[in-house]
Design a protein around this ligand. Structure first.
Ligand code: HH2
Length: 256
């Protein structure tokens, strides 16, 4: 999954693709590089980011969603607002990626009657304060239990299990130790049989390991994606598609 941020303030590439034409060009490039899914987002979820209204979020998303239909790849929309979900589904979105795990009132209902896939992500707390002091007794077990509960609730809302993907939410209310435990423990997340997605690309946990700034984390991001897939992740959400594809090709050759 290739990331297309249409925001002025995303941590990894803030402002670079804020104009719709730039965002569409970027998405088409990622598709050409081999991304199987394009994930577009109109609101930054980085710690401390300012919330954006639904109108503004849609003003950013809709032209890019329309423009990317020519890529011939499924388009995912990264949003936590039910009104945004409904509008983008009516405009052809194939997947809804919700970092809040469909916890906002009406979120499951907004997607239930569509055929879109959904990504349910785990987050402790909310973006503004989630990194202040995250606490878990056993992070892997708690994230597994939480996601299993959300999958059951999604099914109770009439969402077929085959439409659901889960994501442990690296960096969303997690310390460095929590993130590393989750990366090591991806296998446990896959045990329920629901596909696992991970977003590790360019994140600060990789900056802490390597001492590199955000635009110098390609190698660490590729290593993290490879380790995640080896441990059972089915989808990796990445900024550097070409580099990740090459690394995954090596892994695939080994397994062939
Ligand atoms: N991470 C980010 C955003 N959305 N969605 C899922 N499912 N999993 C993730 O790990 C995830 C996500 C943060 O990355 P980015 O979009 O580059 O930055 P920002 O949140 O500032 O837009």
């Amino acid at each position: 999954m290739g990331v297309v941020n249409i925001t002025p303030d995303s941590f990894s590439d803030g402002g670079r693709h804020f104009e719709p034409t730039r965002a569409i060009e970027h998405g088409l490039r990622l598709a050409e590089e081999g991304a199987d899914i394009l994930d577009i987002g109109g609101e930054s979820t980085r710690p401390g980011a300012q919330p954006v209204g639904a109108d503004e979020e849609l003003r950013r998303l809709l032209p890019v969603l329309a423009g990317l239909s020519q890529a011939g790849k499924p388009v995912s929309v990264d949003t936590l607002k039910p009104e945004v979900m409904r509008a983008v589904l009516a405009s052809g979105a194939d997947m809804i990626n919700d970092v809040a795990g469909f916890r906002v009132d009406g979120a499951f209902q907004a997607v239930a009657r569509s055929r879109a896939a959904i990504v349910i992500m785990h987050m402790q707390g909310e973006p503004r304060t989630m990194q202040v002091d995250p606490q878990y007794a056993d992070v892997v077990a708690e994230v597994c239990d939480y996601l299993a509960g959300r999958v059951r609730l999604a099914q109770d809302h009439g969402i077929d299990r085959g439409r659901i993907v889960i994501d442990p939410g690296f960096g969303f209310g997690k310390s460095q130790a929590h993130n590393l435990a989750l990366l090591a423990g991806i296998g446990a997340l896959t045990e329920g049989g629901v596909p696992v997605m991970v977003g590790l690309s360019r994140k600060s946990m990789l900056g802490r390991i390597t001492g590199r700034d955000v635009d110098e984390r390609v190698h660490a991001s590729v290593a993290a994606a490879l380790l995640a897939v080896e441990r059972g992740a089915s989808i990796v959400r990445v900024h550097d598609v070409r580099a990740t594809i090459d690394a995954l090709a090596v892994l695939a050759a080994l397994k062939a």
